[in-house]
Design a protein around this ligand. Structure first.
Ligand SMILES: Cc1ncc(COP(=O)(O)O)c(C=O)c1O
Length: 385
């Protein structure tokens, strides 16, 4: 028996390693608040629970769900896109349901032929699932450097025509985890122009778009009518539904959607219909993501002030619920990471997301007001080494 070498040699998911540290600290009796996982701890939008329970009660016979999702679920997404982005999507041929976006990200690479050495491109610091999906299938991966100088977005001008020719799948994540960088309209236009020229597909991973703190929402790939584009949306963050596992794969390229549906049928990833009923309630309501965003914005402001008072530089933070920051006197993450542990706060050192993250830290703030009070207090007590 020969096991996939990636499974044998790869490091555990970084969150698991951080949780192991948390557990070890707690076993020593240390009081530590974990601020490492983007998993909201406040209640799910109540309409979701009500709709899910109602659907369960109305369904004494439980049958296999459709791979592509119920038409009602896909219609709710089309209606949401129309209301929020003014775009008309055909629910039957342009939308497929997904169990959150994680599994869809992982599975999308099965769509393409990699036999000619084509590559998956990802930002050098990224949500680790893009990389895991490439490695498990042995697909060549190119990491595009991110730095303060490029606003933590891949520099499209730094790539040569020969390199572009090898790109088959380009992962764009805006607002970006972990740096919170947001790609503007011009960035999308340029990237989609390149995608059309060189024939690659842009996968736009957009799970943080509806939690934003600037007057205008972040640009979404949904606003572009391109055949080279696949958009992933998720209810996890905007509706506090990480436990439900609900999202969508959207593309104007109907042939891609047809093949994605075909590819996903044997995977058994159809979402249970009663969960989709909850999802419909979430997509149908535009008010609760705004209400959640208002709460996060207030917490962000308090945490940013506390960090700045200690001399940290906080980047972006105009969307999502992460703070990405560094300190001008430190080029390594670990001394800062340990100092935060000493004050009772567990954060993610930036290098967890890739080498370019060295020197930075990421803190989540999908926490309650009471926890925010305590975190602000502990930041005030932080002793830098
Ligand atoms: C950038 C990014 N994409 C996708 C996901 C997956 O979210 P979900 O599968 O819950 O939709 C996350 C979760 O943290 C994320 O940060």
């Amino acid at each position: 028996m020969k096991i996939n070498p990636y499974l044998i040699h790869s490091k555990p998911y970084f969150i698991a390693a951080l949780f192991a540290r948390r557990d070890a600290l707690q076993a020593e009796g240390r009081d530590v608040i974990s601020l490492v996982m983007g998993d909201p701890i406040e209640p799910t939008y109540p309409g979701v629970q009500q709709a899910t329970l109602k659907a369960l009660e109305a369904t004494p016979v439980s049958q296999y769900p459709k791979t592509e999702g119920s038409l009602a679920y896909r219609q709710a997404i089309a209606d949401w896109a129309q209301r929020n982005y003014g775009v008309t999507l055909d629910p039957k041929s342009e939308i497929v349901s997904a169990n959150g976006s994680k599994e869809a990200i992982f599975h999308l690479s099965f769509l393409f032929d990699w036999s000619q050495g084509q590559e998956i491109w990802i930002p050098s610091m990224a949500y680790p699932v893009y990389e895991g999906a490439a490695h498990i299938q042995g697909i060549p991966l190119r990491k595009l450097p991110l730095s303060e100088a490029t606003g933590f977005l891949p520099d499209l001008d730094a790539i040569t025509p020969e390199q572009w020719q090898r790109c088959q799948l380009f992962w764009l994540n805006s607002p970006h985890n972990p740096t919170t960088a947001i790609a503007g309209r011009g960035y999308f236009e340029k990237l989609l122009g390149l995608a059309e020229h060189y024939g690659f597909v842009v996968c736009s991973d957009e799970c943080y778009n509806e939690l934003y703190y600037s007057p205008e929402p972040p640009v979404s790939a949904l606003e572009f009518d391109s055949q080279q584009l696949i958009v992933l949306r998720s209810l996890s963050k905007r509706s506090h539904m990480t436990g439900y596992r609900m999202g969508a794969i959207i593309s104007r390229n109907r042939e891609l959607i047809r093949l994605i549906t075909k590819m996903r049928a044997p995977m058994g990833v159809g979402t249970p219909d009663f969960i989709q009923a909850g999802g419909i309630a979430a997509w149908n309501d535009d008010a609760h993501p705004k209400a959640f965003a208002a709460l996060y914005k207030a917490r962000r402001d308090r945490l940013v002030s506390a960090l700045e008072a200690k001399g940290f530089r906080v980047f972006g933070a105009e969307a999502g619920f992460y703070l990405w920051f560094s300190h001008p006197d430190y080029s390594q993450s670990d001394p800062l990471y340990e100092a935060f542990i000493d004050t009772g706060l567990l954060l993610a050192p930036g290098h967890c997301f890739g080498e370019d993250g060295e020197g930075y830290l990421r803190m989540v703030y999908c926490i309650t007001d009471a926890v925010t009070d305590e975190v602000v207090k502990r930041i005030g007590q932080l002793q830098l080494p």
